[in-house]
Design a protein around this ligand. Structure first.
Ligand SMILES: Cc1ncc(COP(=O)(O)O)c(C=O)c1O
Length: 385
């Protein structure tokens, strides 16, 4: 795969290594969004079936990306919304608890906290050990601790494929199979991985996968897509959209209040899911991801960041072991004595964009980056470290 910058409108003089913050817009998605705005000029061209068919197409396309069925996908406005639909429908037995990885993004954690208060069910936060423990690195032990913590009293496990702060990779296949064995639900925040790292929700036994669209899915902000397995088929959604009922397509008889939900995850679609602007933008972005191939994106990022990884290793910097880190989101833990803010300022002056999370530089490239972006970062780090 070659650099795909020509499909975006990123300025030539910046080095944007911050997809974990927000992806730039594909030109094609931008055009789809503008067409969406213009479409409302003349509502006579907008057919009743358009309210349903475009969303159906998007759900099918996203489903393919994660190896699910389109009926298992719901359109959500945010991760917190998608998390609430999942977490609220896990009813713990007396004495059960929830497990969550430490420093989980607040959209999931806060939802879990309110679940915990409501059900008086404790949350067990699984923390990593220090970065190195002899030869064992943080990711391996962290994964092991999660597996050890899951037992028959675990109602749900909230995790991610890739930690949003430093890119630590979680072995969802092992976690999912342990959850299945113990009867726990696995709820995954896919915001920092889906679109850049392949996932198979069936193979990994994921029960719910919640994704904001504006990062690795390259979609619009205030939009997301979620997967809910059949474990949630009888759940209660957080709102009651008429569009999620089986009689919704028949506009002439909407007040025959059909109480039957559309099958699968249909009940979890946000009200007005057929967003005139967001749906075509997301559709175009997911289409492009299919065209590139998610595995190719991950491999592109791996090749691109290889010189950076070698540089960090050459100065004795701390990086996670290859099996426990992703290539699209790299956490480089800065030396203790380093003035991280000063470093970040210097990086910004060079028009290099990345994030600082805790004491780690979070470097998150994608297919619009090239060798020069990585080289610019290495040069700046060389001066400062
Ligand atoms: C892992 C993760 N989840 C969720 C979000 C966004 O959540 P929400 O859509 O609730 O604003 C972010 C944003 O940075 C994130 O990194």
């Amino acid at each position: 795969m070659r650099c795909q910058k020509h499909l975006f409108q990123l300025p030539d003089d910046i080095h944007y290594l911050n997809c974990a913050y927000m992806s730039p817009l594909l030109i094609s998605a931008e055009e789809a969004g503008v067409n969406g705005v213009l479409r409302k000029r003349n509502p006579s061209t907008f057919l009743p079936s358009d309210f349903f068919d475009e969303v159906a197409e998007l759900r099918a396309s996203f489903a393919k990306l994660i190896h699910a069925a389109s009926a298992e996908i719901a359109v959500i406005p945010s991760v917190s919304y998608g998390m609430a639909n999942a977490v609220n429908n896990v009813i713990p037995r007396k004495g059960q608890h929830a497990i969550v990885i430490s420093d989980n993004f607040p959209s999931g954690y806060m939802t879990l906290k309110s679940w915990s208060n409501r059900h008086r069910a404790p949350i067990r936060v699984i923390v990593p050990n220090s970065l190195r423990e002899g030869k064992v690195q943080k990711g391996e032990r962290w994964n092991q601790r999660i597996l050890e913590a899951i037992n028959r009293d675990t109602a749900l496990v909230m995790a991610a494929h890739v930690h949003w702060m430093d890119g630590t990779r979680f072995d969802l296949k092992a976690i999912g199979s342990r959850c299945r064995e113990m009867g726990a639900k696995l709820i995954v925040d896919g915001t920092q991985s889906v679109g850049a790292l392949p996932i198979d929700v069936k193979e990994y036994h994921v029960d719910a996968l919640i994704c904001g669209a504006y990062k690795w899915l390259m979609g619009p902000y205030s939009f997301g897509l979620a997967y809910y397995s059949d474990a949630f088929d009888q759940g209660t959604p957080i709102e009651e959209s008429w569009m999620n009922r089986t009689n919704a397509r028949d506009f002439s008889s909407l007040t025959n209040y059909g109480m039957e939900y559309t099958p699968g995850a249909g009940r979890y679609n946000v009200g007005q899911a057929s967003h005139l602007i967001h749906t075509p933008m997301a559709m175009e972005a997911v289409r492009q991801l299919h065209e590139w191939g998610v595995e190719n994106i991950q491999n592109y990022c791996a090749k691109l960041t290889q010189p950076l990884v070698e540089f960090i290793q050459s100065i004795g910097g701390q990086l996670e072991a290859p099996a426990y880190r992703a290539h699209h989101l790299i956490g480089f833990q800065l030396p203790e004595n380093m003035d991280a803010q000063a470093l970040l300022e210097k990086i910004r002056k060079r028009k290099i964009y990345l994030s600082l999370r805790g004491n780690s530089l979070r470097i998150s490239p994608n297919v619009y980056n090239d060798e020069q972006d990585v080289e610019a970062l290495i040069e700046t780090l060389k001066e400062m470290l």
